[in-house]
Design a binder for this molecule. Structure first.
Ligand SMILES: NC(=O)c1ccc[n+]([C@@H]2O[C@H](COP(=O)([O-])OP(=O)(O)OC[C@H]3O[C@@H](n4cnc5c(N)ncnc54)[C@H](OP(=O)(O)O)[C@@H]3O)[C@@H](O)[C@H]2O)c1
Length: 221
């Protein structure tokens, strides 16, 4: 963990994943900037975080541009379909910063991915933010896993992919902070595999009624 506190902006903080991530990061040594279009939802989240972590360094923000401008790390906790528009809004202020792509570009009935087979949501985001360091992370973990990152006695793995070594290291530390076992899967081009893995996990979660709590675990010697 760096001595200087890093600032993390969460765009879409009021959503399922955004709030789950915010609540779990709030216990770590980070400054949190939260943005959501729904100010009521944002206010409740802010209150909830301070109730659980009175010392948390957390601020509610008015726009994604301002949040990203102040941040070292930007988490886009929005559907993939909203990312291009947001990328246009934050491009200049996200230069050289880490942008975490958590998106799984699935269709409405979770039957397939909506991206072309030769790319991924993360690689598309990197195209839209060419001067940022896009890292794929937290797409293989379900929202409920953040509250319970150990399932059946096993710590859930969090897969990470990216092209910048320092950015990967930073996101690895973040994954540890929220309680997961980080596994660096490879370059950003590995994101299509990670997004496909999550499509499978979502399908199995529905089919086998895992009650929203499931995760990946690599067993090894
Ligand atoms: N849920 C999971 O377990 C899970 C697991 C892994 C990855 N993911 C990924 O995480 C992302 C969020 O999923 P979710 O389940 O948290 O969805 P969600 O509960 O619907 O939350 C989405 C959030 O994005 C915001 N948003 C949507 N369009 C926006 C825009 N154009 N500008 C700004 N904010 C916008 C929404 O705000 P409004 O309320 O104002 O619309 C909401 O706060 C998705 O990419 C998903 O694939 C989800």
């Amino acid at each position: 963990m760096p001595i200087t506190k890093q600032t993390i902006a969460i765009i879409g903080a009021g959503g399922n994943m955004g709030s789950a991530i915010a609540k779990s990061i709030a216990g770590g040594n980070y400054r949190l900037l939260l943005f959501d279009r729904n100010s009521e939802q944002l206010g409740s989240l802010h209150e909830e975080i301070l109730k659980d972590h009175p010392e948390a360094d957390v601020e509610s923000m008015n726009c994604p541009h301002e949040s990203s401008w102040e941040a070292d790390i930007i988490i886009l906790a929005v559907p993939h379909g909203a990312e291009k528009g947001l990328a246009n809004k934050i491009r200049e202020v996200a230069t050289q910063k880490i942008v975490i792509s958590i998106a799984n570009p699935v269709d409405v009935d979770f039957s397939e991915l909506t991206t072309d087979s030769d790319t991924s949501a993360a690689e598309e985001l990197q195209e839209w933010l060419p001067n940022s360091k896009v890292v794929k992370a937290f797409n293989t973990t379900l929202e409920a896993d953040f509250e319970q990152p150990v399932i059946g006695g096993k710590q859930v793995d969090a897969f990470i992919a990216g092209d910048d070594e320092n950015a990967i290291q930073t996101v690895t530390e973040l994954a540890k902070t929220v309680g997961f076992n980080p596994i660096v899967a490879g370059n950003l081009s590995m994101s299509s595999t990670l997004e496909r893995m999550q499509l499978l996990l979502m399908q199995l979660t529905i089919k086998n009624d895992y009650n929203g709590l499931a995760g990946w675990k690599i067993l090894h010697n």
